[in-house]
Design a protein around this ligand. Sequence first.
Ligand code: FE2
Length: 384
Amino acid sequence: MAYYYKLGTIPPKRHTQFRQPDNSLYKEELVSSKGFSGIYSNLYHTYSPTQVKKVLEPVRYDTPTVESPLLQTHLKTSNAGSTGGDYLEARKIVLKNADVALAICNPTVLAMDYFYKNGEADEVLYVHDGEGVLYSQFGKLPFKKGDYVVIPRTTIYKLTFTEAPRLLVIESTSPVETVKRYRNELGQLEEHSPYCERDIHPPQELVIEEGEGDFLVKIKKQGYLHQYIYAHSPLDVVGWDGFLFPYTLSIYDFEPVTGRIHLPPPIHQTFQAWGFVICSFVPRLFDYHPLAIPAPYNHSNIDSDEVLFYAEGEFMSRKGIDRGSFTLHPGGLPHGPHPGTVEKSIGAKETNEYAVMIDTFKPLHLTAEGMKFVDDNYPYSWNE
Ligand SMILES: [Fe+2]
């Protein structure tokens, strides 16, 4: 994250003696990205973060892709009810490639009784329905409907929900960052950015758990959940500071950019990562040229696959797509507005749609979970 933040108590100088009330030292931990060259934070633990009580058998946790032809794809995930009991069981990857995996997650268990850490990917949760709290070493981070919850890899966390949620989970093998062209040379979001630092919400307060016990941390790495039992809670941090921490950004705080004629998708960009971008389509005034056509033109993404997750409202260029469904328009085929939607858009003043778009630069592949939701008629849905 591109700003400095701190919570709790930290010593005035890093890497110096910082003592507990019993005169023992707090245990400092540097959590750094890109080796020692990226963003980082320094955490101060009551107990050593390296003390392992027991390592249990790893559990396979992988979603292989399946062979599928080149097709315009509609996944009717709006129909998905509960996708599993707890948060990890409920995460069902529907599309993925080497850079990113997209999952739906509709759990029924409202509180996790273990901690989880993604050891190889940053995660972005788009909260489609529900609200709750993410507890991590960095503190308590409340989230609600419409939030992107950005979780840097290696964050050890636990979620609680106040009602059964529906989440879109985006796993990125590279860091998820704010958009470079929105930042000045010192990292501050510029005036033309659709959101600014005030819209980015870091953890609010530390939660400190003391005492001994059996604390299970499930670590996702290379197709397994590795299960570690620690003698102390990972929530033993009395203070931290730095640029690396989980945060929320609400889609409702994304300020749209509009023009006299149709503007292309990069104006909706919200995050960047290696190999894909995340964009937000939000309610906005339509194009105001007297002859403007607000619906998009047909286009060929010659080097990207385009995924839309339909969050709220009626999406003006699509027919037959429900809230909570995905479309995938792969590179290699042109796509465009559905019949009738172009004429219908002329003269319209505004849209109330919300959608999350993920554009990938490598082809995406369906998984067996994704296949369950395929709408066989969608490739023919542009016929009059
Ligand atoms: Fe498109």
